[in-house]
Design a protein around this ligand. Structure first.
Ligand SMILES: Cc1cc2nc3c(=O)[nH]c(=O)nc-3n(C[C@H](O)[C@H](O)[C@H](O)COP(=O)(O)O)c2cc1C
Length: 209
């Protein structure tokens, strides 16, 4: 039985490409393991607050000294427990202004914690969240995997860096691109992404066996 952590971050709710593709990914994973336990966080519907002085203090290791800090540490610990307890992480990440939604960035701001999810040793930083696989759905209006806009992609490299920094290096990116180029391109992009998801899940199941 596997534990699946699902993060959604689109503000478009039912019209969201990434939400649809995340649901599809989870359905495929569930079809392979009907007893899989799933924790879902919709970060657009139920946002994690941006870091503020109290939350930043405890995320950076301070002992809580007021109720706001106690609550922030509880949230940070819950989020870390969810990722550490998972086998597979499915992330829906739309591109907003060339990067990820700020709500998803907030999740990372609470989860990347020195001494908890990464450490600094003599060999440099080491990720402490090991043995996980991630499937990341990238939805974008434009084309960034190739062509002139490629250098503007601050979404995929940023996610790869943050996940890798905490030790999650087995990451499959599923790209739904050119979603804003009209209905035909959108349908093609979704079709291609659905195929990529099938491949990613089959690979994940073969590796887990
Ligand atoms: C606030 C906002 C900013 C966006 N910025 C970009 C952008 O920088 N580049 C791009 O290609 N598409 C951009 N888009 C388009 C989205 O990436 C596209 O609509 C995608 O489908 C969103 O994913 P979703 O359908 O899962 O919500 C933006 C959309 C929104 C709502």
């Amino acid at each position: 039985m596997s534990n699946i952590l699902v993060l959604k971050s689109s503000v478009l709710q039912d019209a969201s490409a990434s939400n649809e593709l995340v649901d599809r990914t989870v359905a495929h994973l569930k079809a392979q393991d009907s007893r899989a336990r799933i924790i879902t966080r919709d970060l657009a519907a139920d946002p994690i607050p941006h870091l503020a002085p109290d939350s930043a203090a405890v995320v950076r290791g301070a002992v809580p000294s007021n109720s706001a800090q106690v609550a922030a540490l509880r949230l940070a610990d819950d989020l870390v427990a969810e990722i550490k307890g998972s086998d597979v992480i499915v992330i829906g990440a739309p591109m907003y202004n060339f990067g990820i939604p700020s709500t998803l960035k907030s999740w990372f701001d609470y989860v990347l914690r020195a001494g908890v999810t990464f450490s600094y040793g003599e060999a440099g930083p080491e990720g402490l969240v090991k043995g996980k696989r991630a499937i990341v759905i990238l939805s974008r209006g434009g084309l960034y995997s190739e062509g002139p806009a490629k250098p503007m992609d601050s979404q995929e490299p940023h996610l790869k860096t943050m996940l890798g920094f905490i030790g999650i290096t087995d990451v499959t990116f599923v790209r739904a691109e050119k979603l804003g180029f009209g209905p035909e391109h959108r349908e093609q992009a979704l079709h291609s992404a659905r195929f990529q998801i099938e491949e990613a899940v089959n690979r994940q199941v073969a590796q887990a066996a």
